[in-house]
Design a protein around this ligand. Structure first.
Ligand code: SAM
Length: 289
């Protein structure tokens, strides 16, 4: 007896020529649309980031297809063949290992080239970890900003995070278990104790969400090198003029990795304060107070 779900009724309407960007599940294999299955079944050429991962998805739905690899490394080499297929009026489908292609995954350059060559691009929407995490975090959803993976080294990460400090929106980051603790500490240093959430293993057996302020999350023992895949969400800062303490804290942090002038500029931008005042304050802090 098969453990796989019975195949749904698939459409036999031929696909129009063009590139189909197909979202696939981020864990639970049933999170796939009937239209996505139609495209995977009916396309002339299937491009997969990892053909073994996509092979498992296809076989779960009783489908089989010859695939070509399309990952970061194979992309340059694969593009001429893909463009030739589109020129010949074929339908080409692109999938990544999980979720929506192009979202922290390969595909942007391909779409850009396909559009420039005058071919159609069809989005086949579905799962994405960023949006799934946003819906369970309990943070404001009216405005959000997806920032992808922060840099792996702390100094570069703090510079990167500082770019988002003045954005009045929920911030969404992808992270890995081994880096989570350090990343949360840097977020606390740059954003202060904002409301935040860590979403792990979404749609999978060990799905969890830990919610709290960044100072709570940064020291929460449940978040010690957690296994699996992770999204970190940080709520927008409370709407209020930055206090002198906020400015001093941000300046001290920025001065630990940047020359004085650059530190003042960065904090001026992130807190919406006057750069010249901050420069003077930075000089005073440097001289001990
Ligand atoms: N294209 C994918 C999407 O639409 O979400 C993201 C691909 S990116 C290479 C992989 C990252 O997405 C993981 O490191 C993790 O941060 C996040 N992610 C993917 N699946 C997840 C899941 N089931 N639960 C939590 N985060 C997930």
């Amino acid at each position: 007896m098969s453990r796989h779900p019975p195949p749904p009724p698939l459409s036999d309407v031929p696909l129009e020529p063009g590139l189909y960007v197909v979202a696939t599940p981020i864990g639970n294999l049933r999170d796939i649309t009937l239209r996505a299955l139609d495209v995977l079944n009916g396309c002339d050429l299937l491009l997969a980031e990892d053909t073994r991962v996509t092979g498992k998805l296809l076989s779960a739905y009783g489908l089989s297809k010859t695939m070509a690899r399309y990952d970061e490394h194979a992309a340059e080499r694969a593009r001429p063949r893909i463009m030739a297929a589109l020129e010949a009026g074929q339908s080409v489908a692109l999938v990544s290992d999980a979720g929506t292609p192009l979202v922290s995954d390969p595909g942007y350059r391909l779409v850009n080239e396909v559009v420039a060559a005058g071919h159609r691009v069809f989005p086949i929407p579905g799962a994405s970890a960023a949006l799934a995490a946003l819906t369970l975090a309990g943070l404001p959803t009216d405005r959000f900003l997806f920032a992808g993976f922060p840099p792996t080294r702390s100094a570069a990460r703090r510079t990167f995070l500082a770019e988002f400090a003045s954005v009045k929106a929920t911030l969404i980051f992808y992270e890995t278990g081994p880096r989570l603790r350090a990343s949360l500490k840097d977020m606390l240093a740059v954003f202060g104790p904002r409301e935040a959430a860590v979403a792990r293993e979404l749609t999978k057996l060990y799905e969890t969400a830990v919610r709290g302020t960044l100072d709570q999350l940064a020291t929460d023992s449940a978040l010690d090198e957690p296994k699996g895949e992770i999204v970190v969400l940080v709520g927008p800062g409370v709407e209020q003029a930055a206090s002198e303490d906020d400015a001093d804290r941000a300046l001290a942090e920025a001065m630990s990795r940047l020359p004085l002038g650059e530190a003042a500029s960065e904090v001026a931008k992130s807190l919406g304060l006057n750069r010249r005042d901050l420069y003077r304050r930075a000089l005073a802090l440097k001289d001990g107070g």
